[in-house]
Design a protein around this ligand. Structure first.
Ligand code: FAD
Length: 388
């Protein structure tokens, strides 16, 4: 019996995980240290992810995808994250960019953009955050003003994943300053359009094989580019993040699994004071805690994905999964470095890279504090109702 709980996957999810495992072993893991060191977006890996179907597995079959479940997608992300967190981040970014269109796009919009993503490898990046609007996107300053029957988009988005590599941006913009969430609409914008430019990629602490930068918009889009109108778009962004959070939970679990496995191997091989490290209670107990939280985190993430696949609302359980798994991964990589001692502190070292990569899982798609905020509000609402 394995120490970490294993999910029972349906045949479809199991087949996807096998594909991911093979790609991870043959291609992704051997490149992980290099793309981290050189902060290089691995375009050849993205091509490979398209070739094997992973890049489009979550898109419906009618648009050229495979219609895979969230459970299958989480299994793939977890598997890739064990080999290279950045590569799992690239895959997660593809899904996040496409999701709002799948949810709210018209048939024509889906045929055009989702079809292009599946058949022409034209990816979509999710552009919500701004310098002054991260945790609180309703305060965004990017404007969408009516012009010549369409819209003029003006403003700068920050930290945008896949920027400079994607074909389209899914841009959230304010149509009426002062209206907060009620004024926010969403548009699909061609990355090559006049007036769209991106800054140099951010020099990140971790996830260095992914690309993030500011994207500046002073561009005109036709009326048909609107994906969701004022009053609907911010809700759509939050719905996309509700799903994205389950994916980040799976990614955090993958990172934690890699750290745990490395630390457990080290602790059973290296001796100090005449016995292997695992037999020193101070180390053995820490690894026991990591294993326990990893089992719990995997149960939470997979069960949340299964709930989503059966049509349930996962906003709250998804927030709990993201919060729990990212913080459990925090402890797993921290203990991983500790078990390796000085070797875990210097490059190149797997646990050193995992330590840096993990940190992003507590920040993007809603920080830990924002997950707690969502949950605290839900507790307030539920118990207030019961008391009333
Ligand atoms: C690697 C990476 C990739 C990203 N990719 C994308 C992308 O593809 N698209 C995109 O749109 N964005 C992206 N982001 C941006 C990300 O979503 C934001 O960084 C995140 O939402 C937090 O916003 P912020 O950085 O502005 O922090 P802030 O909102 O300034 O928060 C700073 C701190 O204050 C805390 N805080 C804020 N409000 C509260 C509160 N009410 N109570 C308690 N604490 C609070 C936060 O939790 C945080 O600890 C990415 C970020 C990173 C790091």
């Amino acid at each position: 019996m394995a120490i970490i709980w294993e999910p029972t996957l349906d045949p479809q999810a199991s087949a996807w995980r096998s594909i991911a495992r093979q790609v991870a072993q043959d291609h992704v893991a051997p490149k992980a240290a290099e793309i981290d060191r050189n902060q290089r977006y691995p375009r050849e890996t993205v091509e490979l992810l398209y070739d094997c179907g992973i890049a489009t597995m979550f898109l419906p079959q009618e648009y050229g995808g495979s219609g895979a479940s969230l459970m299958a997608f989480c299994a793939v992300v977890e598997e890739l994250a064990q080999a290279c967190a950045s590569t799992s981040g690239i895959v997660a970014t593809l899904q996040l960019g496409a999701w709002p269109l799948l949810r709210a796009g018209s048939e024509t919009q889906k045929e055009t953009y989702i079809g292009a993503m599946a058949r022409e490898r034209k990816t979509i990046s999710f552009a919500l955050s701004e310098q002054e609007a991260g945790s609180d996107p309703s305060s965004m300053q990017t404007l969408a003003l009516p012009e010549n029957g369409g819209w003029r988009l003006r403003g700068t988005k920050r930290w945008i994943g896949g920027s400079g590599e994607c074909a389209y941006y899914l841009v959230f913009a304010q149509t009426a300053l002062g209206q907060g969430r009620r004024g926010i609409a969403a548009y699909i914008v061609d990355a090559d359009a006049e007036g769209v430019s991106n800054a140099a990629p951010e020099d990140k602490m971790g996830m260095r094989g992914t690309v993030n930068s500011s994207v500046h918009f002073d561009t005109w889009v036709a009326a048909e580019a609107m994906i969701a109108g004022p009053g609907r778009a911010l809700k759509l962004a939050l719905e996309a993040l509700n799903v994205g959070r389950v994916v980040v939970a799976a990614q955090a679990n993958g990172i934690a699994l890699a750290a745990f496995s490395a630390a457990a191997q080290r602790a059973t091989a290296r001796t100090a004071f005449g016995q292997v490290l695992i037999d020193h209670q101070g180390i053995g107990f820490q690894l026991a805690d990591v294993a326990t939280r990893l089992s719990a985190g995997r149960m939470l993430a997979y069960e949340t994905a299964r709930n989503f696949d059966t049509g349930k609302d996962v906003a709250l359980i998804g927030a709990q999964a993201k919060l729990f798994c990212s913080e459990a991964a925090h402890d797993a990589v921290d203990i991983g470095v500790q078990v390796f001692g000085a070797e875990g502190f210097v490059k190149p070292s797997l646990v050193e890279r995992l330590y840096r990569d993990q940190r992003a899982t507590e920040i993007y798609e809603g920080t830990s504090e924002i997950q707690r905020l969502v949950l605290a509000r839900a507790i307030h609402a539920e118990f207030n109702e019961e008391g009333a």
